[in-house]
Design a protein around this ligand. Structure first.
Ligand SMILES: [Zn+2]
Length: 127
């Protein structure tokens, strides 16, 4: 059983829907949605609206907290690697790293492909 959690949208309780209504007839109130999983804000908001509300309130502070970039990021042949698999029969078990700037291919084992340990999250080949 997964645990229930609350939508992190700061205005979730302000949207008037039937499933948010709680309490007895003479003391009705709307509450933040609570579910085992959500589809927005990386699993933490119940709707695109709540995700947008979160960003409106906290987005600027999050950028300041994690640091704004002050230089452009640059894509070169050194960080243009991505995992590829040949889906064509009979080569469906062929895995490789593909450089999408140079079109170079380097073979990968299935383990390297499955474990994603040959290419860093920022596109550099480590093998
Ligand atoms: Zn919500």
């Amino acid at each position: 059983m997964s645990q229930l959690k609350y939508c992190q949208g700061p205005k979730c309780h302000m949207y008037d829907t039937k499933d948010r209504k709680k309490g007895p007839k003479d003391n009705k109130r709307n509450e933040t949605r609570r579910r085992s999983s959500f589809c927005y804000l990386n699993g933490n908001a119940c709707s695109m609206q709540c995700q947008g509300d979160w960003f409106d309130v906290y987005g600027q502070r999050a950028l300041q907290h994690f640091g704004m970039i002050t230089q452009p990021k640059v894509l070169t042949k050194d960080n243009a690697w991505q995992y590829r698999r040949n889906w064509n029969h009979p080569n469906a078990d062929t895995y490789y790293a593909h450089n999408y700037l140079t079109d170079e291919r380097r073979p990968l084992t299935q383990q390297q492909y499955d474990n994603e340990n040959a290419i860093t999250s920022d596109g550099q080949l480590t093998i």
